[in-house]
Design a protein around this ligand. Structure first.
Ligand code: LLP
Length: 433
Protein backbone atom coordinates (compact mmCIF):
# COMPACT_ATOMS: atom_id res chain seq x y z
CA UNK A 1 0.00 0.00 0.00
CA UNK A 2 2.72 2.42 1.00
CA UNK A 3 6.10 2.32 -0.67
CA UNK A 4 8.68 4.73 0.65
CA UNK A 5 7.01 8.10 0.50
CA UNK A 6 4.69 7.43 -2.44
CA UNK A 7 1.03 6.64 -1.92
CA UNK A 8 -1.58 4.70 -3.81
CA UNK A 9 -3.72 6.46 -6.38
CA UNK A 10 -6.70 6.75 -4.02
CA UNK A 11 -4.90 9.76 -2.54
CA UNK A 12 -4.83 13.19 -4.19
CA UNK A 13 -2.12 13.59 -6.81
CA UNK A 14 1.11 14.80 -5.26
CA UNK A 15 0.31 13.40 -1.80
CA UNK A 16 3.21 11.84 0.07
CA UNK A 17 4.48 10.80 3.43
CA UNK A 18 6.95 13.43 4.54
CA UNK A 19 10.21 12.97 6.42
CA UNK A 20 8.28 12.71 9.69
CA UNK A 21 6.12 9.92 8.28
CA UNK A 22 3.09 12.22 8.13
CA UNK A 23 0.64 12.52 5.28
CA UNK A 24 1.09 15.58 3.14
CA UNK A 25 -1.63 16.74 0.74
CA UNK A 26 -1.00 19.72 -1.53
CA UNK A 27 2.30 20.16 0.29
CA UNK A 28 0.56 20.60 3.67
CA UNK A 29 1.17 18.41 6.72
CA UNK A 30 -2.18 16.88 7.69
CA UNK A 31 -1.37 16.75 11.42
CA UNK A 32 -0.53 20.45 11.48
CA UNK A 33 -3.63 21.20 9.42
CA UNK A 34 -5.85 19.27 11.82
CA UNK A 35 -4.32 21.18 14.71
CA UNK A 36 -4.82 24.54 13.07
CA UNK A 37 -8.32 24.12 11.59
CA UNK A 38 -9.78 21.31 13.66
CA UNK A 39 -11.54 18.16 12.50
CA UNK A 40 -13.51 16.80 10.80
CA UNK A 41 -12.39 18.64 7.68
CA UNK A 42 -12.46 18.04 3.94
CA UNK A 43 -8.98 18.71 2.57
CA UNK A 44 -8.68 19.26 -1.18
CA UNK A 45 -5.51 19.27 -3.27
CA UNK A 46 -6.24 22.15 -5.60
CA UNK A 47 -3.74 21.05 -8.25
CA UNK A 48 -5.33 17.62 -8.37
CA UNK A 49 -8.69 19.10 -9.43
CA UNK A 50 -7.02 21.17 -12.15
CA UNK A 51 -4.96 18.24 -13.41
CA UNK A 52 -8.02 16.02 -13.71
CA UNK A 53 -10.04 18.74 -15.47
CA UNK A 54 -7.23 19.27 -17.97
CA UNK A 55 -6.83 15.53 -18.52
CA UNK A 56 -10.50 15.22 -19.50
CA UNK A 57 -10.30 18.16 -21.91
CA UNK A 58 -7.03 16.90 -23.39
CA UNK A 59 -8.43 13.38 -23.76
CA UNK A 60 -11.14 14.75 -26.05
CA UNK A 61 -8.53 16.46 -28.20
CA UNK A 62 -6.32 13.37 -28.25
CA UNK A 63 -9.29 11.29 -29.32
CA UNK A 64 -9.60 13.66 -32.26
CA UNK A 65 -12.88 15.34 -31.35
CA UNK A 66 -12.89 19.05 -32.10
CA UNK A 67 -16.18 19.92 -30.38
CA UNK A 68 -15.92 17.98 -27.12
CA UNK A 69 -17.04 19.50 -23.82
CA UNK A 70 -16.58 18.41 -20.23
CA UNK A 71 -19.48 19.30 -17.96
CA UNK A 72 -18.78 19.06 -14.22
CA UNK A 73 -21.71 17.43 -12.42
CA UNK A 74 -21.84 19.99 -9.64
CA UNK A 75 -23.83 17.69 -7.31
CA UNK A 76 -20.57 15.82 -6.71
CA UNK A 77 -18.97 18.80 -4.92
CA UNK A 78 -21.14 21.92 -5.04
CA UNK A 79 -18.72 24.18 -3.23
CA UNK A 80 -18.07 27.61 -4.75
CA UNK A 81 -14.28 27.27 -4.73
CA UNK A 82 -14.48 23.94 -6.58
CA UNK A 83 -16.95 25.33 -9.10
CA UNK A 84 -14.85 28.46 -9.57
CA UNK A 85 -11.79 26.36 -10.33
CA UNK A 86 -13.63 24.26 -12.92
CA UNK A 87 -15.17 27.40 -14.45
CA UNK A 88 -11.64 28.79 -14.83
CA UNK A 89 -10.58 25.57 -16.51
CA UNK A 90 -13.22 26.15 -19.16
CA UNK A 91 -15.53 23.31 -18.14
CA UNK A 92 -19.31 23.46 -18.36
CA UNK A 93 -21.50 22.84 -15.33
CA UNK A 94 -24.38 20.40 -14.81
CA UNK A 95 -26.95 21.69 -12.34
CA UNK A 96 -30.00 19.77 -11.14
CA UNK A 97 -31.92 22.45 -9.23
CA UNK A 98 -32.38 26.19 -8.88
CA UNK A 99 -29.94 26.11 -5.97
CA UNK A 100 -27.20 24.44 -7.99
CA UNK A 101 -27.90 26.89 -10.83
CA UNK A 102 -27.47 29.76 -8.40
CA UNK A 103 -24.20 28.31 -7.10
CA UNK A 104 -22.82 27.74 -10.60
CA UNK A 105 -23.58 31.29 -11.74
CA UNK A 106 -22.25 32.73 -8.55
CA UNK A 107 -19.01 30.76 -9.03
CA UNK A 108 -18.49 32.29 -12.47
CA UNK A 109 -19.94 29.83 -14.96
CA UNK A 110 -21.45 31.80 -17.83
CA UNK A 111 -25.09 30.77 -18.32
CA UNK A 112 -24.28 29.43 -21.78
CA UNK A 113 -21.98 26.81 -20.22
CA UNK A 114 -24.66 25.45 -17.89
CA UNK A 115 -26.86 22.38 -18.46
CA UNK A 116 -30.04 22.17 -16.37
CA UNK A 117 -31.15 18.68 -15.36
CA UNK A 118 -33.93 17.28 -13.21
CA UNK A 119 -36.86 14.89 -13.37
CA UNK A 120 -39.07 17.26 -11.39
CA UNK A 121 -38.07 20.77 -12.43
CA UNK A 122 -40.37 23.33 -10.91
CA UNK A 123 -41.90 26.16 -12.86
CA UNK A 124 -39.69 28.57 -10.91
CA UNK A 125 -36.56 26.61 -11.87
CA UNK A 126 -37.56 26.55 -15.53
CA UNK A 127 -38.33 30.28 -15.51
CA UNK A 128 -34.94 30.95 -13.96
CA UNK A 129 -33.16 28.85 -16.60
CA UNK A 130 -35.11 30.44 -19.45
CA UNK A 131 -34.54 33.95 -18.16
CA UNK A 132 -30.81 33.29 -18.01
CA UNK A 133 -30.96 31.34 -21.27
CA UNK A 134 -28.78 28.51 -20.00
CA UNK A 135 -26.73 26.56 -22.53
CA UNK A 136 -29.04 23.56 -22.48
CA UNK A 137 -32.06 22.26 -20.63
CA UNK A 138 -32.23 18.45 -20.59
CA UNK A 139 -35.97 17.84 -20.93
CA UNK A 140 -37.08 14.87 -18.86
CA UNK A 141 -40.80 14.28 -19.40
CA UNK A 142 -43.95 15.30 -21.33
CA UNK A 143 -45.22 17.54 -18.52
CA UNK A 144 -42.01 19.51 -18.73
CA UNK A 145 -42.44 19.94 -22.51
CA UNK A 146 -45.91 21.37 -21.93
CA UNK A 147 -44.67 23.66 -19.22
CA UNK A 148 -41.80 24.88 -21.40
CA UNK A 149 -44.18 25.41 -24.30
CA UNK A 150 -46.36 27.58 -22.09
CA UNK A 151 -43.45 29.49 -20.58
CA UNK A 152 -41.79 30.20 -23.92
CA UNK A 153 -45.11 30.80 -25.70
CA UNK A 154 -47.95 32.67 -24.06
CA UNK A 155 -45.81 33.72 -21.09
CA UNK A 156 -42.80 34.69 -23.20
CA UNK A 157 -43.63 38.40 -23.09
CA UNK A 158 -43.06 38.44 -19.38
CA UNK A 159 -39.81 36.50 -19.84
CA UNK A 160 -38.50 38.95 -22.41
CA UNK A 161 -39.33 41.89 -20.19
CA UNK A 162 -37.05 40.32 -17.59
CA UNK A 163 -34.27 39.81 -20.13
CA UNK A 164 -35.33 36.30 -21.12
CA UNK A 165 -34.86 34.61 -24.46
CA UNK A 166 -35.87 36.34 -27.64
CA UNK A 167 -34.41 33.30 -29.39
CA UNK A 168 -35.45 29.71 -28.82
CA UNK A 169 -34.07 27.93 -25.76
CA UNK A 170 -31.66 25.11 -26.69
CA UNK A 171 -32.73 21.78 -25.21
CA UNK A 172 -31.79 18.12 -25.15
CA UNK A 173 -34.16 15.21 -24.74
CA UNK A 174 -33.11 12.98 -21.86
CA UNK A 175 -33.56 9.32 -22.70
CA UNK A 176 -33.35 6.30 -20.44
CA UNK A 177 -31.67 3.99 -22.92
CA UNK A 178 -32.48 0.65 -21.30
CA UNK A 179 -28.84 0.01 -20.51
CA UNK A 180 -27.86 -1.23 -17.09
CA UNK A 181 -24.29 -0.95 -15.86
CA UNK A 182 -22.81 -2.88 -12.94
CA UNK A 183 -23.28 -0.58 -9.96
CA UNK A 184 -25.27 -0.06 -6.78
CA UNK A 185 -28.99 -0.17 -7.51
CA UNK A 186 -29.51 3.26 -5.93
CA UNK A 187 -27.19 4.92 -8.43
CA UNK A 188 -28.25 3.03 -11.54
CA UNK A 189 -30.30 5.26 -13.86
CA UNK A 190 -30.13 3.86 -17.41
CA UNK A 191 -32.52 0.92 -17.00
CA UNK A 192 -35.91 1.07 -18.75
CA UNK A 193 -37.81 1.33 -15.47
CA UNK A 194 -36.27 4.57 -14.24
CA UNK A 195 -37.50 7.85 -12.85
CA UNK A 196 -35.17 9.72 -15.22
CA UNK A 197 -35.83 10.64 -18.83
CA UNK A 198 -38.06 9.33 -21.60
CA UNK A 199 -38.35 5.61 -22.22
CA UNK A 200 -36.98 4.61 -25.63
CA UNK A 201 -40.56 3.93 -26.74
CA UNK A 202 -41.60 7.53 -25.93
CA UNK A 203 -38.47 9.30 -27.11
CA UNK A 204 -39.57 9.75 -30.74
CA UNK A 205 -42.82 11.29 -29.61
CA UNK A 206 -40.90 13.60 -27.26
CA UNK A 207 -38.60 14.64 -30.09
CA UNK A 208 -41.57 15.39 -32.34
CA UNK A 209 -43.35 17.41 -29.65
CA UNK A 210 -40.30 19.51 -28.78
CA UNK A 211 -39.76 20.20 -32.47
CA UNK A 212 -43.26 21.68 -32.60
CA UNK A 213 -42.58 24.16 -29.80
CA UNK A 214 -41.44 27.42 -31.31
CA UNK A 215 -39.66 28.61 -28.20
CA UNK A 216 -37.48 25.51 -28.00
CA UNK A 217 -34.60 24.52 -30.20
CA UNK A 218 -33.91 20.79 -30.09
CA UNK A 219 -30.15 20.27 -30.12
CA UNK A 220 -29.88 16.60 -29.37
CA UNK A 221 -30.07 13.77 -26.87
CA UNK A 222 -28.85 13.05 -23.36
CA UNK A 223 -28.38 9.83 -21.41
CA UNK A 224 -26.84 9.20 -18.00
CA UNK A 225 -26.81 5.49 -17.32
CA UNK A 226 -25.53 5.47 -13.76
CA UNK A 227 -22.66 6.20 -11.44
CA UNK A 228 -19.49 4.50 -10.25
CA UNK A 229 -19.31 2.41 -13.44
CA UNK A 230 -16.08 0.50 -13.89
CA UNK A 231 -16.67 -0.90 -17.36
CA UNK A 232 -16.85 0.92 -20.67
CA UNK A 233 -19.25 -1.42 -22.42
CA UNK A 234 -22.45 0.13 -20.98
CA UNK A 235 -21.38 3.55 -22.29
CA UNK A 236 -20.95 2.04 -25.76
CA UNK A 237 -24.36 0.44 -25.55
CA UNK A 238 -25.92 3.75 -24.51
CA UNK A 239 -24.35 5.43 -27.57
CA UNK A 240 -25.81 2.71 -29.81
CA UNK A 241 -29.25 3.13 -28.27
CA UNK A 242 -29.23 6.90 -28.74
CA UNK A 243 -28.20 6.44 -32.37
CA UNK A 244 -31.46 4.52 -32.90
CA UNK A 245 -33.28 7.80 -32.44
CA UNK A 246 -31.49 9.57 -35.28
CA UNK A 247 -28.58 11.95 -35.69
CA UNK A 248 -28.54 15.28 -33.85
CA UNK A 249 -26.01 18.10 -33.55
CA UNK A 250 -25.42 17.44 -29.81
CA UNK A 251 -24.98 14.23 -27.85
CA UNK A 252 -24.48 14.29 -24.08
CA UNK A 253 -23.53 10.93 -22.62
CA UNK A 254 -23.79 11.98 -18.97
CA UNK A 255 -21.30 11.04 -16.27
CA UNK A 256 -20.69 7.83 -14.42
CA UNK A 257 -17.02 6.89 -14.70
CA UNK A 258 -16.13 5.16 -11.44
CA UNK A 259 -13.17 5.81 -9.19
CA UNK A 260 -10.98 3.83 -6.82
CA UNK A 261 -12.00 4.17 -3.18
CA UNK A 262 -9.49 1.77 -1.63
CA UNK A 263 -6.02 0.72 -2.66
CA UNK A 264 -7.20 -2.90 -2.97
CA UNK A 265 -9.85 -2.11 -5.58
CA UNK A 266 -8.95 -2.51 -9.24
CA UNK A 267 -8.19 0.73 -11.05
CA UNK A 268 -11.10 2.05 -13.14
CA UNK A 269 -10.61 2.74 -16.85
CA UNK A 270 -8.39 5.79 -17.27
CA UNK A 271 -9.78 9.16 -18.34
CA UNK A 272 -8.18 8.62 -21.74
CA UNK A 273 -9.65 5.14 -22.20
CA UNK A 274 -13.09 6.34 -21.15
CA UNK A 275 -13.11 9.45 -23.34
CA UNK A 276 -11.73 7.65 -26.37
CA UNK A 277 -14.31 4.86 -25.95
CA UNK A 278 -17.11 7.43 -25.91
CA UNK A 279 -15.69 9.38 -28.85
CA UNK A 280 -15.36 6.20 -30.90
CA UNK A 281 -18.72 4.77 -29.89
CA UNK A 282 -20.58 7.92 -30.86
CA UNK A 283 -18.56 8.51 -34.05
CA UNK A 284 -19.45 5.01 -35.24
CA UNK A 285 -23.08 6.08 -35.57
CA UNK A 286 -22.67 9.61 -36.89
CA UNK A 287 -21.99 10.98 -40.36
CA UNK A 288 -20.87 14.28 -38.81
CA UNK A 289 -19.01 14.36 -35.46
CA UNK A 290 -21.25 17.15 -34.09
CA UNK A 291 -20.86 18.25 -30.49
CA UNK A 292 -20.09 15.65 -27.85
CA UNK A 293 -20.50 16.26 -24.12
CA UNK A 294 -19.81 14.21 -21.01
CA UNK A 295 -20.71 15.03 -17.40
CA UNK A 296 -18.19 13.57 -14.98
CA UNK A 297 -18.70 14.34 -11.31
CA UNK A 298 -17.00 11.74 -9.17
CA UNK A 299 -14.12 11.17 -11.60
CA UNK A 300 -13.19 14.86 -11.37
CA UNK A 301 -13.36 15.36 -7.63
CA UNK A 302 -13.49 12.16 -5.53
CA UNK A 303 -9.78 11.43 -5.30
CA UNK A 304 -8.77 15.09 -4.93
CA UNK A 305 -9.96 15.15 -1.33
CA UNK A 306 -9.31 13.45 1.99
CA UNK A 307 -11.28 13.80 5.21
CA UNK A 308 -9.50 14.33 8.50
CA UNK A 309 -10.97 13.11 11.78
CA UNK A 310 -9.74 12.93 15.35
CA UNK A 311 -10.04 9.75 17.42
CA UNK A 312 -12.21 10.32 20.50
CA UNK A 313 -12.28 6.83 21.95
CA UNK A 314 -10.99 3.31 21.44
CA UNK A 315 -12.75 0.33 22.99
CA UNK A 316 -12.82 -3.40 22.69
CA UNK A 317 -16.41 -4.72 22.41
CA UNK A 318 -15.75 -8.01 20.63
CA UNK A 319 -14.24 -5.89 17.83
CA UNK A 320 -11.89 -3.00 18.32
CA UNK A 321 -14.03 0.14 17.95
CA UNK A 322 -12.31 3.38 17.04
CA UNK A 323 -14.71 6.31 17.27
CA UNK A 324 -14.00 9.62 15.58
CA UNK A 325 -15.51 13.10 15.64
CA UNK A 326 -17.42 12.82 12.33
CA UNK A 327 -19.17 10.08 10.38
CA UNK A 328 -22.47 9.87 8.55
CA UNK A 329 -22.98 13.64 8.75
CA UNK A 330 -19.90 14.24 6.56
CA UNK A 331 -19.87 10.98 4.58
CA UNK A 332 -23.20 9.25 4.11
CA UNK A 333 -21.93 6.93 1.38
CA UNK A 334 -20.93 3.95 3.56
CA UNK A 335 -24.40 3.94 5.14
CA UNK A 336 -26.36 4.62 1.98
CA UNK A 337 -24.53 2.38 -0.48
CA UNK A 338 -22.29 0.21 1.68
CA UNK A 339 -19.46 2.12 0.00
CA UNK A 340 -15.96 0.99 0.98
CA UNK A 341 -13.29 3.39 2.21
CA UNK A 342 -9.86 2.94 3.74
CA UNK A 343 -8.44 4.78 6.72
CA UNK A 344 -5.03 5.51 8.19
CA UNK A 345 -3.56 7.20 11.21
CA UNK A 346 -2.16 10.30 9.51
CA UNK A 347 1.34 9.80 10.93
CA UNK A 348 1.49 5.98 11.22
CA UNK A 349 0.50 4.56 7.89
CA UNK A 350 1.37 0.89 7.94
CA UNK A 351 -1.58 -0.23 10.01
CA UNK A 352 -2.09 -3.84 11.05
CA UNK A 353 -4.72 -3.67 13.82
CA UNK A 354 -8.12 -4.55 12.46
CA UNK A 355 -10.73 -2.10 13.79
CA UNK A 356 -14.14 -0.71 13.05
CA UNK A 357 -13.84 3.00 12.30
CA UNK A 358 -17.08 4.35 13.73
CA UNK A 359 -18.67 7.77 13.55
CA UNK A 360 -20.00 9.80 16.48
CA UNK A 361 -23.68 9.68 15.53
CA UNK A 362 -26.44 7.91 17.42
CA UNK A 363 -26.90 5.08 14.95
CA UNK A 364 -25.21 1.69 14.96
CA UNK A 365 -24.91 1.91 11.19
CA UNK A 366 -22.76 5.02 11.46
CA UNK A 367 -19.59 3.20 10.48
CA UNK A 368 -17.10 4.85 8.13
CA UNK A 369 -14.88 1.81 7.53
CA UNK A 370 -16.06 -1.62 8.66
CA UNK A 371 -12.62 -3.22 8.49
CA UNK A 372 -9.97 -0.59 8.91
CA UNK A 373 -6.33 -1.51 9.42
CA UNK A 374 -4.92 1.09 11.78
CA UNK A 375 -1.59 1.34 13.53
CA UNK A 376 -2.14 1.40 17.30
CA UNK A 377 -4.99 3.97 17.24
CA UNK A 378 -5.25 6.22 20.31
CA UNK A 379 -7.48 9.12 21.36
CA UNK A 380 -6.16 12.32 19.80
CA UNK A 381 -4.79 10.60 16.70
CA UNK A 382 -5.64 12.18 13.38
CA UNK A 383 -7.33 9.71 11.03
CA UNK A 384 -7.48 10.22 7.30
CA UNK A 385 -9.93 8.69 4.82
CA UNK A 386 -9.04 9.29 1.17
CA UNK A 387 -11.35 9.62 -1.86
CA UNK A 388 -14.01 11.71 -0.12
CA UNK A 389 -14.28 14.53 -2.69
CA UNK A 390 -17.52 13.38 -4.33
CA UNK A 391 -20.95 13.34 -2.69
CA UNK A 392 -19.58 13.71 0.85
CA UNK A 393 -19.86 17.47 1.17
CA UNK A 394 -23.05 17.54 -0.92
CA UNK A 395 -24.86 14.90 1.13
CA UNK A 396 -23.66 16.24 4.49
CA UNK A 397 -26.17 16.90 7.25
CA UNK A 398 -26.46 18.32 10.75
CA UNK A 399 -27.59 15.03 12.23
CA UNK A 400 -27.18 15.08 16.01
CA UNK A 401 -26.56 18.82 15.79
CA UNK A 402 -23.10 18.30 14.37
CA UNK A 403 -21.92 21.43 12.53
CA UNK A 404 -20.87 20.67 8.97
CA UNK A 405 -17.16 20.39 8.25
CA UNK A 406 -15.05 23.04 6.51
CA UNK A 407 -13.43 22.65 3.11
CA UNK A 408 -9.74 23.48 3.01
CA UNK A 409 -7.79 23.92 -0.22
CA UNK A 410 -4.11 23.03 -0.13
CA UNK A 411 -1.56 23.98 -2.73
CA UNK A 412 2.25 24.17 -2.67
CA UNK A 413 2.25 24.00 1.12
CA UNK A 414 -0.34 26.76 1.58
CA UNK A 415 -3.75 26.05 3.07
CA UNK A 416 -6.84 28.24 2.77
CA UNK A 417 -10.30 27.68 4.15
CA UNK A 418 -12.78 27.95 1.27
CA UNK A 419 -15.84 26.91 3.30
CA UNK A 420 -15.75 27.65 7.02
CA UNK A 421 -16.88 25.18 9.64
CA UNK A 422 -20.48 25.67 10.71
CA UNK A 423 -20.99 27.14 14.15
CA UNK A 424 -23.58 26.23 16.75
CA UNK A 425 -25.28 29.53 15.88
CA UNK A 426 -25.63 28.32 12.29
CA UNK A 427 -27.68 25.43 13.64
CA UNK A 428 -30.57 27.65 14.66
CA UNK A 429 -29.92 30.54 12.28
CA UNK A 430 -33.15 29.85 10.38
CA UNK A 431 -35.44 29.72 13.41
CA UNK A 432 -38.34 32.13 13.22
CA UNK A 433 -39.26 32.79 16.82
N1 LLP B 1 -25.01 13.67 -15.06
C1 LLP B 1 -26.20 13.41 -14.49
C2 LLP B 1 -27.42 13.76 -15.22
C3 LLP B 1 -26.26 12.82 -13.22
O1 LLP B 1 -27.45 12.57 -12.67
C4 LLP B 1 -25.06 12.52 -12.52
C5 LLP B 1 -25.11 11.92 -11.20
C6 LLP B 1 -23.84 12.82 -13.15
C7 LLP B 1 -23.85 13.38 -14.41
C8 LLP B 1 -22.53 12.56 -12.49
O2 LLP B 1 -22.28 11.25 -12.21
P1 LLP B 1 -20.84 10.75 -11.72
O3 LLP B 1 -19.85 11.04 -12.83
O4 LLP B 1 -20.48 11.51 -10.51
O5 LLP B 1 -21.02 9.32 -11.47
N2 LLP B 1 -24.84 10.17 -4.40
C9 LLP B 1 -24.34 9.09 -5.23
C10 LLP B 1 -24.19 9.50 -6.67
C11 LLP B 1 -25.46 9.98 -7.31
C12 LLP B 1 -25.22 10.43 -8.73
C13 LLP B 1 -26.36 11.16 -9.27
N3 LLP B 1 -26.18 11.65 -10.59
C14 LLP B 1 -23.02 8.59 -4.66
O6 LLP B 1 -22.56 9.11 -3.63
O7 LLP B 1 -22.44 7.64 -5.18
Amino acid sequence: MVTGTSLSSVFPLGSRLNERGRLEVGGCDMIELAREYGTPAYVVAEDDLRTRARAFVQAGRDAGHGDFHVVFASKAFPCTAVLELFAQEGLWCDVASGGELYLALNAGFPAERIVLHGNAKSEAELRMALRLRVGLIAVDNFDEIERLARLTGADAGELQESGGPAKAQPVLIRVTPDVKGETHEKISTGQADSKFGFAMADAREAIARVQQVEGLSLQGLHAHIGSQLLELEPFRRAATQLAELGEFPVLDLGGGLGVQYTSEQPAPPSTEEYVSAIVQATAAHRTHPGRLMIEPGRALSANACVTLYTVESVKSNVSCWVAVDGGMSDNLRPMLYGAPYEAHVADRFDGTTSCVLAGKHCESGDVIVAEALLEDPRPGDVIVTPATGAYGYSMASNYNGVPRAPVIFCRDGDARVVVRRESFEDLNARDVV
